[in-house]
Every structure is written in C-alpha cells, then in structure tokens.
Design a protein around this ligand. Sequence first.
Ligand code: PRP
Ligand code: GLN
Ligand code: MG
Length: 488
Amino acid sequence: MCGIVGIVGIHDVAARLYDGLTVLQHRGQDAAGIATSNGRQMRVEKGNGLVSDVFDENSMSLLHGNIGIAHCRYPTAGSEGSDEAQPFYVNSPYGIALAHNGNLINTETLRKEVFEQDRRSVNTQSDSEVLLNVFAHELAIQSELSPEAAFRAVEGVNKRAKGGYAVICMVMGLGLVAFRDPNAIRPLVLGRRELEGQFEYAVASESVALDVLGFERMRDIEPGEAVVITNDGRLLHQHCAAQGLMRPCIFEYVYFARPDSMMDNISVHKARMRMGVTLGEKILRERPDHDIDVVIPIPDTSRDAALEIANVLGVKYREGFIKNRYVGRTFIMPGQQERSKSVRRKLNPIPLEFKGRVVLLVDDSIVRGTTSKQIVQMARDAGAKKVYLASAAPPVRYPNIYGIDMPTPTELIAHDRSEAEVERLIGCDWLIYQDLADMEVAVAGPKHPGMKFDTSCFSGEYVTGVGEGYFEQLQSQRSDDAKTKRRA
Ligand SMILES: O=P(O)(O)OC[C@H]1O[C@H](OP(=O)(O)OP(=O)(O)O)[C@H](O)[C@@H]1O
Ligand SMILES: NC(=O)CC[C@H](N)C(=O)O
Ligand SMILES: [Mg+2]
C-alpha cells in the first residue's frame, strides 16, 4: 500500500507535503518522493528509503511552489528500484506528475496499448507509470486544458484501467486532479483549510494526514469520482465512471490504516475495537470454560482489538511485548528473510507477564505466519504455561491484487489449509479466527449497516473480475523467489 498526499496552497507546500508523508509512512517504507510546481516549472525529488532518508535541506530547498503531490511507496508491481519511486513525470501534454496508491490488473494490456495506439513510451515496469501515460494520452486528445477536459480524461482512464487506484495528478497550467477507482477500493479523502480569507485544499490517502496538516476533513472521494482543484483554488468535482459497486478494501481497517484515521466515514480505531468485541464473543461461545489468565496484544496494530477481547472475556489485558520503535512494520518489508529477522529485533517479551500463565495472544491478522510463529515460541520461552492465539481477521487464503503485496497463495500460511493445520504450524495450543461475516458487520458498524467491502484475500471474490492467466503471471513476477532472483 502506498501513501499519497497533494496540496493546493496559498504559500509553498513542500514542507507540509514532507510532514504529510511522515504521517503516512506506515503505508510504505521503500521509497518516497515529492513534486511541486510554482506555475512555471515542475520539480521532482525522490529516492529509496524512509521519508527522512530521502529528503535533506538541499533537496527540500529545490521544491518551490504552492502546488504539489507526494508519495511513499510499498511496491506491488515492477521492482524496488529508485527509478520506480513516485511521483512519475511526463512532459507531454503540459507536464504531468502522478502519485498512485493501488495496483492495476491489466497493466500488460495497457502497456501494449500505450505504445502501439497512444505512441508513448513507458520506461519502467511500474503499473503507475503506465497509468500516468494512459491519463496523459486521454488529456492530450482533449481540445483544451480545463477542469472539464480533465474530467473527460479521467473518464477515459476509468474505461481502460482495471484494478485498485487512488490517484493524485499535478497538471501544469491547471492544478491537481485526484480520482478514485469505480469501486473505491483504495482510499482518498478531501480536506480544506481557511487561510487569509481563501481556502487551501488537500487530498490524502488517510484523514490523519489532513489532521496533522491542520486541514478539516470534508469528505471521501466517491467511487469513480474525480476532483479538480485549480491553481487559483477553485474546487470542482464530477463522477467519471458508470456507477460501480462501492467496495473499499477491508484490509485497510484490519491492518493498513492508522487507527486515528477516518475512512469512508468509519473510524479505523472503532472498527478494530468492534472486531475485538465480536471475536471476544466468539471465544466465549466456542470456549465458555476457557482458562485464559491474560490477554496480550502483538504490537502494534492488534492493540485496539486485544483490549476489547480482554473486556469481553473479563480477564486482564497486559502489554507483554515491547516494540522497538526504530524497526518499521515487518509485513510490508520486501523479502521473507528480512521480515523474519525483523520480528525478533522488533518485539521483546517482559517475562513476568508470561511466567506460569495461560496467555491469549492477539494479532490483527495472520498472513504469512512470520510473526505469529516466532511470537508463540517467544511466549513459551518467556515461561507461559499455555499459549493461545486469536486473529482479529479471518484466514488470509487468497492473493491481494489491489495494492497489498500478497501475490502468491502458497506463501500464505492459511492457503489450502484448515484452521487446525495452521494451528499446528504456528505451534499454539489453540487458534481462533474471526468469521468473515462478523468482520464485515464489525467494520461497517452501526452507522453503515449492510456496507460491503473488498474482502478478496479472505473470500477469493474479486469485484473487478480477473483476466485469464493473471494470477499465474503475477506469481511469476512477484513471488518472494522471483523478487530474490531479480535482486540478485
Ligand atoms: O503473518 P505475517 O505475515 O507476519 O503478517 C501479519 C503481521 O504483520 C503485521 O505486523 P507489522 O509488524 O507489519 O506491523 P504493526 O507493528 O503495525 O503490527 C500485522 O500486524 C501482523 O502482526
Ligand atoms: N502499494 C501501492 O499502492 C503500490 C503502487 C504501485 N503499484 C507501485 O508498485 O508503486
Ligand atoms: Mg503486527
């Protein structure tokens, strides 16, 4: 998953884009970039690493202008190389920079079309660079440069692109153009701020970026909708796709997003708490005579759910693992070796919370099983009498193809396995998963009853449909083995 943010301000925006990116860092740790424009010139600075590694005083001083976009990357396509860091730039028509969160599932068809029909060249393996060229072509065939022309261009993109995409483009001579795919799989939120009698606007993956930058959250961008914010601060919006089914990615609520974000009018924090309540109730139903002494979260993301499970069970909640705050999120690291090593470096037990106790460990999700296998052993080594494990999400059994890098079913611990088999592999005394239906109800909450989500990695149902051979092709390009070979 990547983080994107764009601002049309009254004064220079580079420093604020940098701050916005640091708040979205949990969405991508591999690369970061900022593009700004002062109306005459566009400048892009980007590279591999955390936001704080990529930018220094020198690079920031080059980013002039009151309009800009920024990106932090967690790759789902192409390579991890710095040439695939975003924003991408094309100089025709007008000069356009683009930041994309998501993943296209018809990239190869589009790549061919872009070259053969649109007569444009794409330099990298990135799906986002292909997307930029599709948008650029659709804008180039309009007869003028205007918000209406930009809306027609987005309509063209929505007809051709398939997959998950939340996009912010900066177009020289026009301003920002932001849009969300017809199923609204990837998140995008709009905010504004009054300054010197005018409005500044910002668009971001998560509302937390708006909060920190002092913008008030106005609303989420709707499925298939585009928003144009002109250089002179006018805000226009239009639906640019045939009515699609709204299916925001449920994994944002499970793991990806920060708990202090609101997404599609749902508080991520509250969604996680409700997942804890329903899972706690399931534990009570299935194991009414449980002997749990203490509930211990696996930091960070599971905390909200774990606290509620403890409340429902009526047992103590204890922080038994301390997280090294200087190690990033392990799940979004690119290779299995690095992910595996990081768990031990990142989490360390406090033995007195485990010694002689029956503990229920809680995680938000079990994907490859990297974390839970090691953590269960660490709890035993710390003296736990018995170790149970609860996952606030159901078993992850299918690839995610809309912007989360889990492309290979065989790398998922629950793929083609029963819960009992996963329990054995992880080595816990018993394992309990949330039910999918419960999770959907919990995330939707009382204010959005019946709301549906993209749950493909749990259910195997893909709202966009998937072309023949796509999964095989994805696996051959993006499995851990393929990535290791490419890096070598
Ligand atoms: O089964 P796995 O493949 O290990 O993936 C699932 C784990 O990875 C994530 O943690 P991560 O360390 O990325 O981030 P967090 O600190 O936000 O929990 C998630 O919260 C689970 O703990
Ligand atoms: N996680 C994402 O949103 C990735 C964006 C894009 N597909 C890339 O690989 O750069
Ligand atoms: Mg975790």
